[in-house]
Design a protein around this ligand. Structure first.
Ligand code: NAP
Length: 556
């Protein structure tokens, strides 16, 4: 019997180094790792020891004999990967990275942000150096997108926060939550109290379509909708009109799929999750019966991962619809699919679309309809969105990519709600340099680079503000390890001055600046109160969704 990696895989590769027979691929040092949708276990080599199961932070690995029906297909998905990439064992000994010499003393690092990139960076620092870390977040809660982005019906993915929670029990890491860097404390003040600052602030805004009507009532960014249903305090007062029967989602990445699921699954299923109570109430009143997901490119170029696309097939009461005509491939896409070296995940994406063409159509079911090669040109309505006009595209090869180019064929769909799910976007961070085009802080392997092309001493980035908004939660592990590697190398080679202020001085300063800061005890109080409220309702937690309630719980 072998173990099988399934849908929830977060790509953080914790399992790879735990496998005694080295049968999990791709590994972080392989080129395929950067683009892989998930990791895979070679069934012919697996010795059934279960070490990977214990290492997995998101409970994505199961014995093949225990796979639920919705995950059964992953047995073949894991095996297929090794047909294309036969396992070559890597006998390189694991090298334990050198720690900075003791005589350098304790390294002091401020980490701005408390999401996955921040937490993986902190975890790596704690493992590799004698370090004191102060972690800042402008929200009274940690975990960033794990709390406010991961869909509530993916509770397994959220378990990664338990891993961080137990890694951060030590006093060497202090939380300063509800503290905004740039308002409550400046960048210069942070640098005065630490050797280095890592910004792991994510990508907090969204891209724009740039079409007429985009700002009409009824048109929202998906990022706003996601933050709303996840109880983010800055979005709790938003309202979404769910009274119409049809919604259009523009873009077909994994966020689009999250949103399509939340809008269509039975609210009784969502009631078992940590979804915000007000969102659950609104979804119970929703009239939406059909979601149209518009992708500007073809089914092979869709941005969703095949695992998330596959999971839709198992939604109760929801039909997934693809029109046969939409699966006609242009010559270049056909050549990609017919290439014997095609990635199995890409073949699976297309196969699934074919299965959805012929899939279930039950009367009374809600529908998620995928349309491809379609770009909105205008959102139409007198004083709110009533319809979406779009143009059919064709694919043209440009700079090694197949890009969408409009044809003269147009169409219109009635819809009362439009969610633009075309990607997150990073925002400038204080006075740090900023690449407006990519929405990232310019950096080399995590070292922030100034306008003169030279690294700015003591300033680093990690996560989406470093590499742009792509990759799953665990992708931040390798990313943060790279940043920490640069930081430790700079510390070891004497590139930092000695901080003028210590931990006690920082604490005094922050107590003067932000009376409502939330520390470890405060967060623990919030966490326990939310979990206790959830327990009686059989839910993982019931979230506080306003700052006032969060701060009250923190004090309580
Ligand atoms: P994404 O994967 O980058 O998808 C963005 C989508 O918007 C793509 O379909 C893109 O098309 C389209 N798009 C961009 N500009 C457009 C325009 N002007 N007009 C029409 N369409 C446009 O972004 P995301 O869905 O926000 O996800 C962000 C990251 O988080 C991804 O790496 C995703 O996998 C990850 N995530 C993972 C999960 C999960 O594992 N369950 C859940 C949520 C998010 P093109 O491809 O043509 O550019």
């Amino acid at each position: 019997m072998a173990y099988v990696i399934t849908q929830r895989c977060c790509n953080d590769a914790s399992c790879v180094s735990e496998c005694p027979v080295d049968c999990i691929r791709p590994t972080p040092d392989q080129p395929e790792f950067a683009t892989t949708e998930m990791l895979y276990i070679d069934p012919d080599t697996c010795i059934d020891c279960g070490a990977c199961v214990d290492a997995c932070p998101v409970e994505a690995i199961f014995p093949e004999d225990d796979l639920a029906a919705s995950l059964a297909r992953y047995r073949d998905i894991n095996a297929d990967y090794f047909q294309r990439h036969p396992l070559e064992s890597n006998f390189d000994p694991i090298v334990t990275p050198a720690r900075p010499p003791k005589e350098l003393g304790t390294l002091r690092v401020a980490i701005v942000g408390a999401g996955p990139a921040a937490c993986y960076a902190a975890d790596e620092l704690l493992r590799r150096a004698d370090v004191e870390i102060e972690m800042f977040d402008r929200l009274p809660t940690p975990w960033g997108l794990v709390r406010a982005g991961v869909a509530p019906d993916h509770p397994g993915t959220k378990t990664v926060s338990s891993m961080f929670e137990s890694a951060f029990r030590r006093e060497t890491l202090q939380y300063y939550l509800n503290v905004e860097v740039g308002t409550d404390i400046s960048h210069d003040e942070l640098l005065r109290h630490h050797h280095a600052v890592i910004y792991a602030v994510g990508a907090s805004t969204d891209r724009h379509l740039g079409v007429p009507g985009e700002d009409l009532p009824g048109s929202h960014s998906a990022t706003e909708f996601v933050a709303w249903y996840n109880g983010h305090p800055d979005y709790a007062d938003r309202t979404f009109d769910l009274s119409g029967e049809r919604a259009v989602i523009v873009g077909n990445g994994n966020v689009a799929l999250d949103v399509a699921r939340v809008l269509t699954v039975d609210p009784d299923e969502l009631a078992k999750t940590d979804i915000a109570d007000y969102a659950l109430d609104a979804l119970r009143q929703s009239n939406i019966r059909e979601i149209i997901v518009l992708g500007r490119r073809g089914p092979l170029q869709a941005a969703y991962t095949s695992s998330e696309f596959l999971a839709l097939a198992h939604l109760k009461g929801v039909d997934v619809v693809v029109e046969e005509a939409d699966l006609e491939l242009d010559q270049a896409s056909r050549a990609i699919l017919d290439d014997p070296k095609v990635e199995p995940s890409l073949t699976l994406k297309y196969t699934l679309a074919e299965e959805y063409v012929a899939g279930r159509r039950a009367e009374g079911n809600k529908r998620i309809v995928f349309r491809y090669l379609a770009s909105p040109t205008a959102l139409i309505g007198a004083d709110r969105v009533e319809s979406v006009e779009f143009v059919h595209n064709e694919l043209v090869s440009e700079g090694g990519q197949l890009v969408a180019v409009a044809t003269d064929r147009t169409e219109s769909i009635d819809a009362a709600l439009v969610l633009r799910s075309i990607g997150y976007r990073g925002e400038p961070v204080g006075d740090l340099p900023f690449d407006e085009r990519r929405g990232v802080v310019p950096n080399e392997h995590g070292r922030v680079i100034g306008a003169d092309g030279i690294p700015i001493s003591g300033v680093y980035v990690s996560g989406w503000i470093k590499r742009g908004p792509r990759g799953v939660i665990g992708s931040n592990r390798v990313d943060s390890e790279e940043t920490v590697e640069q930081l430790l190398s700079d510390f070891t080679t004497g590139k930092f001055g000695v901080p003028q202020g210590n931990r006690a001085a920082l604490k005094t300063l922050l107590a003067q600046r932000q009376a409502d800061l939330v520390d470890r005890a405060g967060w623990r109080a919030i966490d326990q109160a939310e979990k206790a409220a959830g327990k009686s309702a059989g839910r993982p937690r019931v979230k506080f969704t306003t700052r006032e309630d969060l701060l009250k719980a923190a004090r309580g």
